[in-house]
Design a protein around this ligand. Structure first.
Ligand code: UDP
Ligand code: MG
Length: 137
C-alpha cells in the first residue's frame, strides 16, 4: 500500500472546496490516513517548497502558501501517488483535463487548489514535514 501527501491549498480552503476534494479522493477508492489544518509561516512554506527556491515563482508561491490555513492529508491506496496526480490534473489549469480538480476549480497557475507529492521519496519527505507516525493511521 502506497502513501502520498495531499494539500488543499489556502485558495481551496477559502473557497470551501475541502468537502469536494475529499469526496473525489474517497470516490476514487483512496483512503484518508491522516488530516490536519495548518497555517504555515512564510519560512515553513519556504522549507516545504525548498526544491523550487531558484524558480522565479518561489517568493509568490511561498507568500500564497502562507496566506491562510491549508488542509494537509495523507492519502493511502494502491498506486496512490500517480492516482492523486491524475485527480489533481496538470500544474497549469489551462492544460488540465476536464474533470480534474485543477481544471474544475483552479483560478491561476499558482492558485491551483491542490498539491500532491510527485514520487515515493518526496511523498515520504512531505508526509514527515506535516505528520509524525502517531498521527497517521
Ligand atoms: N507554480 C507557479 N508557477 C509556475 C509553476 C508552478 O506558481 O510556473 C506553483 C503552482 O502553485 C504549483 C507549485 O508552484 O502547484 C509547485 O510547482 P510544481 O512544478 O511542483 O507543480 P505541481 O507538482 O504542484 O503540479
Ligand atoms: Mg510538484
Amino acid at each position: 500500500m502506497e502513501r502520498t501527501l495531499s494539500i488543499i491549498k489556502p485558495d481551496g480552503v477559502e473557497r470551501k472546496l475541502v468537502g469536494e476534494v475529499v469526496k473525489r479522493f474517497e470516490g476514487a477508492g483512496i483512503r484518508i490516513a491522516a488530516v490536519k489544518m495548518v497555517h504555515l509561516t512564510k519560512d515553513q512554506a519556504r522549507l516545504f517548497y525548498a526544491v523550487h527556491r531558484e524558480r522565479p515563482f518561489f517568493e509568490s508561491l511561498t507568500e500564497f502558501m502562507s496566506s491562510g490555513p491549508l488542509v494537509a492529508m495523507v492519502l493511502e491506496g494502491e498506486n496512490v501517488i500517480q492516482k492523486n496526480r491524475e485527480i489533481m490534473g496538470a500544474t497549469n489549469y489551462k492544460e488540465a483535463a476536464p474533470g480534474t480538480l485543477r481544471h474544475d476549480f483552479a483560478t491561476d497557475i499558482e492558485k491551483n487548489v491542490v498539491h500532491g507529492s510527485d514520487a515515493p521519496q518526496t511523498a515520504n519527505q512531505e508526509i514527515a514535514f506535516f505528520f509524525n507516525a502517531l498521527e497517521i493511521s
